[in-house]
Every structure is written in structure tokens, then in C-alpha cells.
Design a protein around this ligand. Structure first.
Ligand code: NAD
Length: 438
């Protein structure tokens, strides 16, 4: 089967490489010339564990190109994995998707199936089918299938090769068979449904996880007020299989390219249909507040941030990725700068991307030691293993004032306190709080 993939981002590239790993010949198309050049030189444009190894292993099975005409014209299956970012009103921006739909309509010379992997609002697959039909250049039959993606950045390859389910929203037996053929070697259970339900499965799943995160963050905030310990609370809750222990780590909120936009897009869709999704509205509001929780905490210790040396550890929206989209660091660094702080940052893989945003407004360190040396305060935004494994005693030795405000609960409160550090985290007691006003 000839498979082409539109978009070589986190979803498209990982999908293409995993399809190749399972024996399919795949052509990847992207409008970004730099990405295609990198891919053709064997380099992955994104940081994703195992991805580059699999690219090399399957290099004879994958083509990377900018030319969509050659890639789509006689493909049996075209998978669309372009971005669907957020518009100002919270709805999904479908311009890239519709652009690919028109390109397909103008190009394809034989019957084929188009699978939409991008996350799209309910009804979009129908719209794409209409766009293709209205613009078809040749007398061919094109069927559209909804095939939403559930991978998580940082574990994308593993998530794709061992997915929990493959959701197929199909409107014909033929489309279902084509999709089953391409996924034949994956041995993963299918959920076969209609296109609208498949589209909804994706949003409902992501929004449920976001809701779980906001829920545990609210409970953590209450724990701080009443003196309970969120880690014990999460553990006790998560052992109940009806609840499950994933997405129960309290912190400074979710970020990334999916949860923020997918919560807003579903909320928008409900509003558009005169319905209010109260749970999702609350999820979004809680997350916005949670993102700036550490700055609010800092006010307990300093009347003003002006002139303070601030170390920031962890910049990406979560460990295991170089993606900064909607990361709490992007909300907080500007607030620190506005307050007059001097900001020095470190991240194991996010440095190149952050430099493009903050240029010479902040300083960049090549190690945790360098970032915290002489700092008045250290904020932790991402729970990278390198940060969790860092010798906590070094904070006391290297910082001007050993004050850590940790948004990801990387250390034990007891260890930090025993090392002479003033340590404030999420949903846990801060020992020696009364000693603090500096
Ligand atoms: P991305 O921004 O990393 O990649 C999108 C790619 O599409 C870019 O490289 C862009 O240049 C390319 N593109 C744009 N227009 C094109 C065109 N006409 N032809 C070919 N390529 C084109 O996006 P992503 O993170 O991979 O997400 C893609 C979709 O998958 C989104 O709808 C997202 O919501 C969804 N999704 C993302 C994840 C995730 O973890 N990132 C997980 C599940 C689903």
C-alpha cells in the first residue's frame, strides 16, 4: 500500500516512522523546507526518544519531500497530521487542514482513503469530504476516515507502537478495510465508530485528562490551606482502580500543544451549540490560575522581585520533549522580567527553543549549578530527571539565599529542610515558613 503523510510534526513524523517500522512504505510531506532538509540528512527536527533511531533503521522505507503532488497523486492512503492550533476565540484553526484537502482534491488520480489524524472538531471530517468532492480534478472516489491520535510527547514512539486503541471513524466497509490493512501488524484493539463519534472520542479523552489534572491541583491548593499532604492524598486516591494513578500529580498546571487548545476548542464547540460545558470551563480557569501559582508564592518571601537573581529550572511543558508550546515557563518568565528580576534559565533540551523567544532578555546556563549560583530564588517548572536527581545540598552551597519554589514537587520536604533550604512546593507543608520574610 502507498501511504503518504501530510505534516511531519510530532504526530505526522512519529506516525510515518512507526508505519515504516511495521512494513509500510511511507512518503512524508511538509511545507517546511528546513524540516524536510533535516529529515533527508537523517536528523529529526523534534526531540522524541527512539525517533531518530527508527528513522535510520527504516530509511529505505521513508521518503521526505516538499512536493505534495508527487506524494498524493497515486497514494492508496493519505494521512493528514497538520496542526490545528487555537484561534483567538478558542475555536480550532482548520486552515492548514483545509489547504491539504484542496491539495488532495487537485492531485489525486486514483481512488484513495484520506485519514484525518489531526485533532478536529466534530463535523470536520464531513466538511473535509465536502471540500474534496467540490474541488476534485479527476473522476476518482475519495473517502474520509477519522483516525484521531492519542500519543503523548516524550513517549510518542512507544505510544504509537503499543497504543491502547486505534479509533476509526468510518462511513464505509472499504475505508475500514484500508485502515485495518495499514495497521495490520500493530496488533492493537480497534474502536470502530462513525466519524463524528471518533472526533468526539479524541476531545472527550484529552479534556477528561485535563480535568483530572485541574481537579488534583485544586485539591492540592486546599491541602496547603488545611495542612494535608497532596502526595499521600494522590497515592491514596490512585490505588483505587476506578480512579487510577495517572495524571494525579499536583503541579503548576498542564501545558503543551494539546490540552490547552483542546479544552478551549470543546468549550467553544459547546457554546456554539448553545450548551455550556461547566466542567471544562472550570478546568480551563483552574489551570490559568495554577500556572502563576509560584509567582504568587514568591510574594510570601519577597516584597518585590526587583533586582533579584532568579534561577529557572525546566522550561519545556513537560519532561521528555523540547516543546515549549503553552509551557508555564512562557507565562512566568515575562512576569519575572516585568517584576525587575534577573532571570537565568536551564533545561536539558529546551534551551535552543527558549533562546528564539527571549533572545538577550534572560541569561542561559549550561548546567543546573551555573543557573543556581548566587541566585536569590530558584523556580522549578518542569520535573526533568536531571533536576530530581540533582544533589539538593548544592542549592544551599551555591545559592545566595537557598529558597526553592518548586512547581513539580521534585524533592522531599524533609530532605530539603534538612539541607537548610527554604522549600515551598505544591500541596505540601512548607516547614519553617514563619522564619521567612526576607
Ligand atoms: P506540529 O505543529 O508539530 O506539526 C504540524 C506540521 O504540519 C508542521 O511541520 C507544518 O509545517 C506542517 N504543515 C502545515 N501545513 C502543511 C501542508 N499544507 N502540507 C504539509 N505539511 C503541512 O503539530 P503536531 O503537534 O504534530 O499536531 C498535529 C495534530 O495532531 C494537531 O491537530 C494536534 O492537536 C494533534 N495531536 C497532537 C499531539 C501531540 O502530542 N503533539 C497528540 C495527539 C494529537
Amino acid at each position: 500500500m502507498r501511504v503518504s503523510v501530510a505534516g511531519t510534526g510530532y504526530v505526522g513524523l512519529v506516525t510515518a516512522v512507526c508505519l515504516a517500522e511495521k512494513g509500510n512504505i511511507v512518503t512524508c510531506v511538509d511545507i517546511d523546507r528546513e524540516k524536510i532538509n533535516l529529515l533527508n540528512s537523517g536528523v529529526s527536527p523534534i526531540y522524541e526518544p527512539q525517533l531518530e533511531e527508527l528513522m535510520w533503521k527504516n530509511k529505505n522505507m521513508i521518503l521526505y519531500q516538499n512536493d505534495y503532488i508527487e506524494a498524493y497523486r497515486d497514494a492508496d492512503l493519505i494521512i493528514i497530521a497538520v496542526g490545528t492550533p487555537e484561534k483567538n476565540d478558542g475555536s480550532a484553526n482548520l486552515q492548514y487542514l483545509f489547504e491539504v484537502a484542496k491539495q488532495i482534491a487537485n492531485t489525486v488520480v486514483k481512488d484513495c482513503v484520506v485519514a484525518i489524524k489531526s485533532t478536529v472538531p466534530v463535523g470536520t471530517n464531513d466538511k473535509v469530504e465536502r471540500i474534496i468532492k467540490e474541488n476534485l480534478k479527476y473522476d476518482v472516489k475519495i473517502e474520509v476516515v477519522s483516525n484521531p491520535e492519542f500519543l503523548a510527547q516524550g513517549t510518542a514512539v512507544r505510544d504509537t507502537l503499543s497504543a491502547t486503541r486505534i479509533v476509526l471513524g468510518v462511513e464505509s466497509e472499504n475505508a475500514e478495510q484500508v485502515m485495518k490493512e495499514v495497521y495490520r501488524e500493530f496488533n492493537i484493539p480497534y474502536v470502530i465508530t462513525d466519524r463524528k463519534s471518533a472526533e468526539m472520542i479524541k476531545y472527550a479523552s484529552n479534556d477528561f485528562l485535563a480535568l483530572k489534572v485541574s481537579y488534583i491541583n485544586e485539591i492540592a491548593n486546599l491541602c496547603e490551606i488545611v495542612g494535608a499532604n497532596i502526595e499521600d492524598v494522590s497515592k491514596g486516591m490512585g490505588m483505587d482502580p476506578r480512579i487510577g494513578n495517572q495524571f494525579l500529580n499536583a503541579g503548576i498546571g498542564y501545558g503543551g500543544s494539546c490540552f490547552p487548545k483542546d479544552t478551549k476548542a470543546l468549550h467553544w464547540l459547546a457554546n456554539y451549540n448553545d450548551y455550556e460545558l461547566k466542567t471544562i470551563k472550570a478546568t480551563i480557569e483552574i489551570n490559568e490560575n495554577q500556572k502563576i501559582k509560584l509567582i504568587k508564592k514568591a510574594r510570601k518571601y519577597f516584597n518585590s522581585l526587583n533586582g533579584l537573581n532568579v534561577a529557572v529550572l525546566g522550561l519545556t511543558f513537560k519532561p521528555g520533549t523540547d516543546d515549549l508550546r503553552e509551557a508555564p515557563s512562557l507565562t512566568n518568565i515575562p512576569l519575572l522580567l516585568e517584576g525587575g528580576a534577573k532571570v537565568n534559565v536551564w533545561d536539558p533540551v529546551g534551551m535552543e527553543n527558549i533562546k528564539k523567544i527571549f533572545l538577550d532578555e534572560i541569561s542561559y546556563s549550561s548546567s543546573i549549578e551555573e543557573a543556581i549560583t548566587n541566585a536569590d530564588i530558584c523556580f522549578i517548572f518542569t520535573e526533568w530527571p536531571e533536576i530530581k536527581d540533582f544533589d539538593i545540598e548544592k542549592y544551599a552551597k551555591l545559592m545566595k539565599r537557598p529558597l526553592i519554589i518548586d512547581g513539580r514537587n521534585c524533592y522531599s520536604v524533609t530532605d530539603a529542610t534538612n539541607s537548610g533550604i527554604i522549600y515551598d512546593s505544591i500541596g505540601r507543608k512548607t516547614i519553617a515558613e514563619e522564619l521567612l520574610k526576607i
